[in-house]
Ligand binder design. Structure first.
Ligand SMILES: *Cc1c(COP(=O)(O)O)cnc(C)c1O
Length: 467
């Protein structure tokens, strides 16, 4: 498989290349040149398969010759061995229409582990082959950072710098990052919000000299390999609920548009997904874009679902590229306009294209809390605020049964909000107990490019050593 940039002006790369590169050199995001298609027989053949076998089928066309099948199977087996549920991503029925897909059985209790555990192993394998060394720079609203740090701690060839907005992540989220004391892990609390942190990371990549000097690489959801690894659970779940004969809808608590875009990829590959519901909290840029064509960034409002407190959804560019007929220069022009005006309008034609697959809903904090109570009282399930946003959107939209809400975080990751909503304080699973007794290590820096670059330059290994 060959990968092209959404802005049409970066080198074409193979799977190994896009995995290590993260962002494309023209500022765009890498996407496969074509969507592989699975016919009915191939999908029906996934019935009863294990998670790892399903992952192997779904990933094979994207990985292509970059990794032999036996090595890929071994990598996926190791990635999912650390999950605390034998089904990896178990499905729970709520009522006649609604299901929850539990994506939080990995080491840091959020869905990001599902992709990140494998991505860490892809990095290690590809770097070992070439003897290269990379500096991973990332911005996190909480869950990406802990998942990346857990997956990359102590791995050879990788130095990790993770920026989080100071005071805007939960105590559990922060401690899952800052108590990892491996020497290749560096946590930076930014005096700003998540969008500031994300903008700083983008600026570092755009600083060609700096990016080249330290071989910068990214593991946030702009990294194609992560999206590919998330496509897997759409197949695994739809097949369990009757695909290819019966279509399934998914409701996805959305921030950066990565997880729901993976659902779109599955749909493009031939999986019979009826509706993809983009569920947002009060930071509703995507809901406005999909319903009104108004993709304009406002001011981030802190909510009880902090991993979705985002105004600029980086992966939306991948959808815009498809809506623009996969025209890289048209997408580049749109994104340049957005970067200068912080706003762009989606044409009626493009909106109609998106509406073939997507619905959306904006869920406020009262409805979120009511939904936590509904799930507790009617279905005996304690759910986290992000999942509650997804479930509320699923209940508000008219999609036919079955509708699967992605349960993106374990409720114990956000115990205060859950307790406020339903009076129950969820306990941390035994495998992460002790988190509050461990030593923390991080630095606090202003949201200024020069300050961050100076800090990284002091600790990272220059690329020239390996070159
Ligand atoms: C990251 C995250 C989301 C949002 O996912 P995107 O891929 O950024 O849209 C939702 N819920 C939780 C718990 C998350 O960690």
């Amino acid at each position: 498989m060959r990968y092209i940039s959404t802005r049409g002006a970066a080198p074409v790369l193979d799977f190994e290349g896009v995995t290590l590169a993260g962002l494309a050199s023209d500022g765009g995001l890498y996407v496969p040149e074509t969507w592989p298609r699975f016919g009915k027989t191939a999908i029906a053949g996934m019935a009863g398969m294990s998670y790892v076998e399903t992952a192997l089928r779904v990933c094979a066309p994207f990985v292509g010759p970059a990794m032999a099948e036996a090595e890929l199977r071994d990598l996926l087996t190791r990635a999912y061995a650390g999950f605390d549920h034998a089904a990896v991503t178990p499905l729970v029925q709520l009522d006649q229409r609604h299901w929850l897909l539990e994506l939080f059985h990995g080491p840091t209790l959020a869905f990001k582990d599902v992709a990140m555990q494998a991505l860490g192993l892809f990095f290690e394998a590809f770097l070992a082959r070439s003897g290269r060394h990379v500096t991973i720079v990332g911005a996190t609203s909480g869950d990406t950072g802990s998942a990346a740090i857990n997956a990359l701690a102590g791995r050879d060839g990788v130095e990790v710098f993770m920026l989080h907005p100071q005071g805007r992540v939960s105590d559990v989220q922060r401690r899952q990052m800052t108590t990892v004391l491996a020497p290749n892990i560096h946590n930076i609390a930014i005096e700003g919000n998540f969008d500031d942190a994300q903008a700083l990371v983008k600026a570092m990549f755009n600083d060609r000299d700096f990016a080249g000097r330290f071989s910068l690489s990214a593991v946030n959801s702009i990294n194609w390999a992560r999206l590919m690894l998330q496509v897997v659970y759409y197949f695994y779940t739809a097949v369990r609920l009757g695909a290819p004969e019966h279509p399934v809808s998914f409701s996805v608590p959305t921030g950066n548009f990565g997880d729901v875009f993976a659902g779109y990829v599955a749909r493009q590959m031939g999986l019979p997904i009826d509706r993809l519901i983009v569920a947002t909290n009060e930071n509703d840029i995507l809901h406005r874009a999909l319903t009104l064509g108004d993709y304009s960034a406002g001011v981030v409002k802190p909510t009880a679902s902090p991993s979705m407190d985002i105004q600029v959804s980086s992966n939306f560019e991948r959808l815009l590229f498809d809506l623009a007929g996969r025209d890289g220069s048209a997408t580049a022009a749109m994104m340049r306009g957005f970067e200068s005006a912080r706003a762009l309008s989606i044409s009626a034609g493009q909106r109609a294209g998106a509406a073939l697959a997507f619905d959306s809903a904006r869920i406020d904090s009262d409805t979120m809390a009511q939904t936590i109570r509904w799930a507790r009282d009617k279905c005996g399930q304690v759910i986290d605020p992000h999942t509650a946003i997804g479930l509320a959107a699923a209940r508000a939209c008219g999609a036919p049964a079955p509708v699967v809400t992605l349960a993106t975080a374990h409720p114990a990751k956000f115990p205060d909000a859950v307790e406020r909503a339903c009076g129950i304080r969820p306990a941390l699973p035994t495998r992460v107990q002790g988190l509050f007794d461990r030593e923390e290590r991080y630095v606090t820096l202003p949201a200024e490019l020069a300050a961050i670059e100076a800090y990284i330059a002091e600790l990272a290994r220059p690329a020239a050593v390996a070159a």
